[in-house]
Write a protein that binds this ligand. Structure first.
Ligand code: SF4
Length: 371
């Protein structure tokens, strides 16, 4: 009998692409990335945001390079950046050349809007000389009219054909350091397009639902689009595009990856929906716990449950948790009750236990590394 509850998480086999020490594709962990929303010409603000992104767990970020002044600022940002930087180029091949010269770790182009074959050739040869990859990114909004007409509109096939043609236009210079993206703002179209594309190439795929929206809806749309693909083993790196602080993109990316057990970073909060048995202000307390756990990088599963009757049992697989009673909380570890505390001490007690566990794990890890 088919086990309908089981997902096949085996990754599609893709080639490995390197940005310095960072590997995209192959069996490397799925890389989390974002895009700065600072003015690239504002070097200080851009570096500050890159540092905030790095702190949140971002592994590479992209900066728009709309003019030569931005390309020049890119070089100064690169010198101080803790993360590999991708230069986002549209239309002007000279900006791609300038960004490569400025130390870009990767460039993102749509060969379709870079212009003549000779211009594409110059960009590809410059990337090759510096040994940096190129992301070929085609979005549903930027398809060639000819391809749209030939394939009956903007659909998975026209998008896949378009991005594969763009890929061929740089492959012909014996260049294979390529990552491909094919984003749409419609999650269903994104899913279908990447599904088809993944049968046409073994280059690593950069996933994303483009222009996904504001924080709440954007996260949901991205989780549906990106999450579905990841659950099918498709995707090697991802960006959650939000109309919000880019740090939110990183938090959302890890939430998606953690939901599928594909990356392990920081806390995973389980909290019950509350019901007629709840006798504490659980909504407020869960919010406080979530906020207080934000700085933790160690993977830890934390449960915040409304009642002591069902709470610990329901959250048995959590590392630690609290479950409410009348004016008090019990603290539990792996479903076993450890102690009771008054309601107003519950958050602090939970955090102290979280710190203790994280410290224990860090010590164990260090001990293992020292051997
Ligand atoms: S854990 Fe308790 S309070 Fe929360 S939903 Fe379940 S039964 Fe209700």
């Amino acid at each position: 009998m088919t086990d309908i509850g089981a997902f096949d998480f085996s990754r599609r086999q893709t080639r490995e692409i390197r940005l310095g020490d960072l590997v995209i594709g192959g069996s490397a962990p799925i890389v989390v990335q974002s895009m700065n929303n600072t003015d690239t010409r504002d070097v200080k603000a851009s570096i500050r945001q890159i540092e905030q992104l790095a702190e949140a767990g971002c592994e590479m970020t992209r900066l728009a390079v709309p003019d030569l002044e931005a390309a020049e600022a890119f070089a100064r940002i690169r010198e101080k950046s803790p993360l590999p930087l991708v230069a986002d180029i549209h239309f002007d091949y000279r900006l791609a050349l300038a960004a490569i010269e400025a130390g870009a770790d990767k460039i993102r182009i749509n060969p379709g809007n870079i212009g003549s074959e000779d211009r594409i050739r110059q960009v590809v040869l410059a990337a090759k000389a510096r040994n940096i990859p190129i992301r070929v990114g085609v979005n549903s909004g930027s398809l060639d009219r000819k391809i749209i007409d030939e394939y009956g509109g903007v659909n998975a096939r026209s998008m896949s054909v378009s991005v594969m043609e763009a890929t061929k236009s740089i492959e012909k210079y014996d260049f294979n350091d390529i990552v491909i993206s094919i984003k749409a703002s419609d999650p269903a179209l994104t899913i279908n397009a990447y599904r088809l594309l993944s049968t046409m190439t073994d280059y690593p795929l950069h996933l994303g639902v483009t222009e996904a929206g504001t924080l709440r809806d954007g996260v949901i749309r991205s989780a549906v689009g990106i999450g579905t693909l990841l659950a099918e083993g498709i995707g090697d790196t991802l960006r959650v595009s939000l109309t919000a602080d880019p740090v939110e993109e990183i938090k959302a990316a890890y939430s998606i990856l953690k939901s599928l057990g594909l990356r392990d970073r920081g806390p995973l909060l389980i909290s019950c929906p509350t019901c007629g048995r709840t006798a504490v202000d659980l909504v407020r307390i869960a919010g406080e716990v979530e906020k207080a756990l934000e700085g933790i990088r160690e993977p830890i599963k934390v449960a915040v449950m409304g009642c002591a009757v069902n709470g610990p049992g329901e959250a048995r697989e959590a590392d630690i948790g609290i479950a409410g009673g009348r004016g008090e909380f019990i603290i539990f570890r792996r479903g076993e009750i450890v102690r009771k505390v008054p309601e107003n001490e519950a958050v602090a007690a939970l955090l102290a236990l979280a710190d203790e566990i994280c410290q224990e794990r860090e010590n164990t890890r260090k001990g293992t590394q020292d051997k």
